[in-house]
Design a protein around this ligand. Structure first.
Ligand code: FES
Ligand SMILES: [Fe+2]
Length: 422
């Protein structure tokens, strides 16, 4: 449970808000690199943390991300001409380069000298790992790029996917930190052993059987938190699962041992976010079958409306819930694994959940810890203390272990950290 004030601090990321200031100290993924397909391509609209922006590529392929509105009389730069090394406002012809400098001011005699006094807000943008990353904070505080492992693998070994989620970023991310929902929300009725959801989750035998996994350990780290859940296996052993949350809104949820995953939430505004999921295999190209699903939709990747990042099954059509399937086949009657989550999170008392009304239990411990961690970082920053986050720590791996029931988990983890750090 949070107070109303804490909840507001946690969920508001617009300019000048405490959490907004904190998020602006991190690089955030904002576009799949191919959304800006080449030099001088069409400009694209972007909305990040309640700021309206325009992204474009200049003649040499550099990415520029600038305010969506021209500093002259506020005209929309979306309609701008992407010309030789700059974006020109079509209202009176002012032109800006990727750094935000006004390079031409042709509608007034004093333009040649006055243009040096004019700039448009522009943010640092870098392309890496098939993604365009944006840094919206103070220039002198710009951190190194995040050290996610997927950034350095070949294109064939990685797929970046994103979907617009119609709720607050934290609400979306909380689902990743919620260890006890899986055996309910994502479960299948009866023996549907040929169903892919079942076969995939066979790799997770503990959580299939034990409906009340416990947090055996949650530790604050240099990058966020590491958590270890334990669940009883049918053979009498314990199943341990290690996962990570990385400040400010990144997780390892959905990883399996062979194919890793990083989830990233980027606030669009306080009631919308972009949910990024990057799947990657460090050793070989991604499986064709999985790639097909990512591109066209399947059990893990819901289909998107053509040319958009909006799900076909969405809040406006009740996710096309199938009540017959819900009675006979799956717990929810909602098709895709990921849409099952979306259906629940997008309206937890609305798009910005009032956390003063909730009743948490021990299964929610990671949620509580991450909220506290993030709120502390935001408060510290307000007091002038820079976030002590180490983006190189974003390379941590998930791990799974089967151990005897009486294992001292904290000692076991100390001895097995090489698996996480490998
Ligand atoms: S409003 Fe853009 S040049 Fe006048
Ligand atoms: Fe889920």
């Amino acid at each position: 449970m949070l107070t109303r004030e804490e909840n507001a601090m946690l969920t508001q990321t617009g300019p000048g808000t405490p959490m907004g200031d904190l998020f602006r100290r991190f690089w955030m993924p904002v576009m799949i690199a191919t959304e800006l397909p080449g030099p001088d391509c069409d400009p694209k609209r972007l909305r990040v943390m309640s700021e309206d922006l325009i992204a474009f590529r200049d003649t040499s392929g550099r990415v520029g991300v600038v305010d969506a509105y021209c500093p002259h009389r506020g005209a929309p730069l979306f309609f701008g001409r992407n010309e030789e090394d700059g974006l020109r406002c079509v209202y009176h012809g002012w032109k800006f380069d990727v750094e935000g400098a006004c390079v031409d001011l042709p509608n007034a005699p004093e333009g040649e000298t006055f243009k040096t006094k004019v700039t448009i807000t522009s943010y640092s943008a870098v392309e890496k790992g098939g993604i365009i990353w944006l840094y919206m904070g103070p220039k002198e505080k710009q951190p190194p790029l995040p050290g996610f492992r997927f950034m350095d693998v070949a294109d064939s070994q990685r797929y970046a996917w994103k979907i617009h989620i119609e709720c607050n970023y934290f609400q979306s991310m909380e689902g990743d930190l919620d260890a006890s929902h899986g055996p309910f929300l994502h479960s299948i009725l009866g023996d549907n052993s040929k169903n892919q959801q079942v076969s995939i989750r066979r790799s997770d035998p503990g959580s299939l059987v034990d409906k009340a996994p416990r947090y055996a350990q949650i530790e604050d780290t240099e990058y966020g938190t590491m958590s270890v859940t334990s669940a009883n296996r049918p053979d009498g052993e314990l199943y341990l699962s290690v996962s990570h949350w990385m400040a400010p809104a990144f997780t390892t949820a959905g990883s399996d041992i062979k194919v890793s995953q990083n989830n990233m939430r980027v606030p669009i505004d306080d009631k919308n976010c972009m949910f990024w999921r990057v799947r990657f295999n460090e050793n070989e190209p991604l499986d064709e079958k999985e790639l097909w699903q990512m591109k066209h939709g399947g059990w893990l990747y819901p289909p998107l409306q053509a040319g958009t990042y909006t799900g076909v099954d969405n809040i406006h059509n009740d996710y096309n819930i199938d009540r017959v399937a819900q009675r006979n086949y799956s717990f929810t009657g909602i098709k895709s694994f990921s849409t099952q989550d979306t259906a629940l999170i997008e309206s937890q008392r609305g798009p910005i959940m009032d956390r003063s009304l909730e009743r948490l239990v021990s299964a929610d411990e990671e949620i509580i810890r991450v909220r506290r961690h993030l709120l502390k970082m935001a408060r510290d920053l307000q007091e002038g203390k820079d976030p002590a986050s180490n983006p190189t720590g974003y390379n941590k791996r998930v791990a799974r272990f089967n151990v005897p029931r009486d294992t001292d988990i904290s000692a076991f983890m100390k001895g097995n950290m090489a698996v996480v750090n490998r």
